[in-house]
Design a protein around this ligand. Structure first.
Ligand SMILES: NC(=O)c1ccc[n+]([C@@H]2O[C@H](COP(=O)([O-])OP(=O)(O)OC[C@H]3O[C@@H](n4cnc5c(N)ncnc54)[C@H](O)[C@@H]3O)[C@@H](O)[C@H]2O)c1
Length: 270
């Protein structure tokens, strides 16, 4: 018996890293999953990995940007059209474009805000008919059958402040505000809204910049300094984050809402 039997989830940015680990964890626990990503090849790889775990028909892909609200409408509709409903939304898609603020262009600011913050807003609003609408209908016709769930993403870098990431840290703290607000707006519909901050987690975003094409990643020296600040002495792996997202997606967290939690191996926030 899986923790997510008979549940349908949309996971944004699920082609790589943490999102992919979430998609794989969810199908292992019995959910049907819509794998969103802006890049189709990694999304197809994630779908194949899910099918290896839970068999054909457990996942579909949907390619497009969470920054585009017309697209996010079609993303949520794809979940309902294919699997009959939508119960869980994980707003994991994220991106960085780092520069000190005096050198940060409008394009870099808007790009990062549009994906990390407006993307979360777009997805929640697009999911409203399926999450809020379905719960409201259940309540009006006899009683809520189960809690529906939203999990948003922020970052320990945003809590701490991080030189070079004015755009990213502003967007991620915005997601905490969204989380607390929607938890209050939709609490009476039995919709739980919580936020997870990965600490320093091994993915494309935290690779040494010197080893990437330079658009994402962080300088090797900064990487080493952060690793030294983690009491457990290691970076996180995507599964560490997926385990906590699973808790927030499952009935185990039915009485928890509006919370923002660090999953960081004890990385201290001053
Ligand atoms: N890795 C870390 O240490 C860390 C720390 C704090 C927060 N986070 C957050 O965790 C989440 C996952 O990050 P990750 O480390 O797995 O990164 P990642 O780059 O490995 O994966 C992110 C995925 O999002 C996709 N994506 C990017 N823009 C998109 C868009 N517009 N629409 C849809 N998909 C898009 C990418 O193609 C990619 O597959 C992000 O929100 C990130 O900000 C990560």
């Amino acid at each position: 018996m899986g923790l997510l039997n008979n549940r349908t989830a949309v996971v944004t940015g699920a082609g790589r890293g943490i999102g992919r680990a979430i998609a794989e964890t969810f199908v292992r626990e019995g959910a049907k999953v819509v794998i969103n990503d802006i890049d189709s090849d990694p999304a197809e790889e994630a779908k194949a990995a899910c099918e290896k775990i839970a068999g054909e028909g457990c996942a579909i892909t949907s390619i497009g940007s969470v920054a585009d609200s017309a697209y996010t409408d079609s993303l949520m509709k794809a979940a309902a059209d294919t699997f009959g409903k939508l119960d869980i939304l994980v707003n994991n898609a994220g991106i960085t474009r780092d520069k000190m603020i005096h050198n940060m262009s409008d394009e870099m600011w808007n790009f990062v805000i549009d994906i990390n913050l407006k993307g979360t807003f777009n997805c929640i609003r697009s999911a409203s008919p399926y999450l809020r609408g379905a719960s409201k209908q259940e309540i009006e016709s006899g009683g809520l059958k189960y809690h529906r769930k939203i999990i948003n993403f922020f970052s320990t870098a945003a809590l701490r402040g991080n030189p070079g990431q004015a755009n990213y840290t502003a967007a991620k703290m915005g997601n905490v505000g969204l989380t607390r607000t929607i938890a209050q707006e939709w609490g009476r519909f039995g919709i739980n809204v919580n936020a997870v901050a990965p600490g320093f987690t091994d993915t494309r975003l935290t690779k040494a910049k010197e080893s990437t094409d330079g658009t994402v990643g962080i300088p090797a020296a900064q990487r080493e300094a952060i690793l030294k600040m983690i009491p457990f002495g290691r970076a996180g792996v995507p599964q560490d984050i997926a385990n906590v997202v699973l808790f927030f997606a499952s009935p185990l967290s039915d009485y928890v809402t509006g919370q923002a939690i660090n999953v960081s191996g004890g990385l201290q926030i001053p």
